[in-house]
Design a binder for this molecule. Structure first.
Ligand code: GLY
Length: 410
């Protein structure tokens, strides 16, 4: 009798999108996320102060709208609205999204895709609001001002100072930039203008050529000569070593090429994403819970730390990056739709393992703790000595996205 009851419960959990772990179903986690987000929004009051992480004293660190992380808090609210259909979340999501309106004309760095597509993009997808559409297309146009035919890329930052010798480069492109391309595909679809899409494809092709090593791991920063398009340097800004695999960068690469395949159906992007997935899923230094260290090669022999800070955990256990894990899980749950069955099963199982870990007590924060962020244990930039083993708003965002994807496939 007991066996039958357990079986029925397991089936019910699976049908419900349950994670089959410590009774943490998607429903439970979304309820928890709603509590955290509600408390956070009430404490902040003002939607121009956007929560991104915590300070050393444990209070919320907020940023303004021009920070690359500015779209995620609104994005989390859109996920809450999508999941609950509660009009109060719609109202909150609209309020926090509205605060980002000036971004449509922002051209000072490349992160508009993150900032605008995670907020306005979600808003448009869920409401069809025409005003949101206009802002998204304006933002895509602003992002394209950073594109150069000469380099075949969108410039990420205006300058980058090398950890090696202080050289300042004027055309750095980081792997994270792959995450900004979805906005451009959207803009081409709604305007009928192929230009945005062409920029995205050119950027992805150049990145494919220059950012990757033979094992499918990627460099963080490629510095181009803006006059000739030549690669001047391959380095890292946030990773352990220039030749290492910074974990979040690998997550962005995986996610970015999965999106590229979805939008173009070009086989080469699928092969790239599959190669990256294999690299990540089979990595010899991946911990058992499948939440990677902040850099896959942190502290490993043969890798030269770029800064003193980068080496600060050598000889000890390196900090984990839950944000990388969450983005990898979400990306795999997309990619698994495009690959043969056996491979898809492996990807789903791997993503499920990550979500199970993140849903457990080691990572998931109880109400009233963790400054009201959902996940613990991420790393912003250890090489700079900042945001080490902290909550990060984008870890919560990709976790919530992955949970919705998980629920949809179950
Ligand atoms: N785009 C910056 C980061 O992933 O930290």
């Amino acid at each position: 009798m007991r066996t039958i009851k357990t079986f029925v419960l397991l089936v019910a959990l699976v049908l419900n999108g349950g994670l089959l772990v410590q009774a943490q179903s998607v429903e439970n986690i979304y309820q928890l996320a709603a509590k955290h987000t509600q408390t956070m929004a009430a404490l902040l009051l003002d939607s121009s102060r956007i929560p991104v992480t915590i300070k050393k004293d444990g209070s919320v660190q907020w940023a303004n709208l021009y920070d690359w992380r500015s779209g995620f808090f609104a994005g989390n609210m859109w996920f809450l609205y999508e999941y609950t259909k509660d009009p109060r979340w719609l109202q909150e999501a609209r309020r926090w999204t509205a605060a980002l309106e000036p971004l449509q004309y922002f051209t000072e760095h490349h992160d508009l895709g993150f900032m605008v597509y995670c907020s306005y993009g979600a808003g448009y997808r869920l409401t069809g609001d025409e005003a949101y559409k206009k802002i998204l297309v304006d933002a895509a146009r602003s992002l394209c001002t950073r594109f150069s035919e000469k380099t075949g890329t969108i410039k990420s930052w205006n300058t980058f100072k090398s950890w090696k010798d202080g050289t300042v480069y004027y055309y750095p492109v980081i792997i994270d930039n792959m995450m900004n391309l979805e906005l451009l595909f959207f803009a081409s679809k709604v305007t009928g203008d192929p230009y945005f899409r062409q920029v995205a494809i050119t950027h992805a092709n150049t990145t494919l050529q220059n950012h990757f090593r033979n094992d499918y791991s990627s460099y963080h920063v490629i510095c181009y000569d803006s006059a000739t398009g030549k690669v001047l340097a391959r380095e890292t800004a946030q990773g352990y070593a220039h030749e290492s695999a910074w974990s979040r960068g690998q997550a962005w690469a995986l996610y970015g090429y999965a999106v590229m395949y979805r939008e173009t159906r070009d086989e080469k992007y699928l092969q790239q994403a599959r190669g990256i997935a294999r690299y990540l899923m089979q990595h010899p230094r991946l911990p058992n819970d499948k939440v990677p260290y902040w850099d896959y090669d942190a502290g490993a022999p043969g890798f030269e730390p770029v800064t003193k800070n980068a080496a600060m955990f050598n000889g000890q256990e390196q900090p984990r990056d839950a944000s990388a894990a969450a983005a990898i899980a979400s990306a795999l749950l997309e990619l698994k739709q495009y690959v043969p069955k056996k491979e898809a099963k492996k990807m789903t199982a791997f993503a499920g393992d990550i979500l199970r870990s993140l849903s457990g007590p080691n990572y998931l924060a109880q109400p009233g703790t963790n400054a009201n962020f959902l996940l613990k244990h991420s790393v912003g930039s250890l090489a700079h000595g900042g945001e080490i083993d902290v909550p990060l708003i984008y870890a919560d965002y990709y976790f919530l996205e992955a949970l919705l994807r998980w629920k949809a496939i179950k």
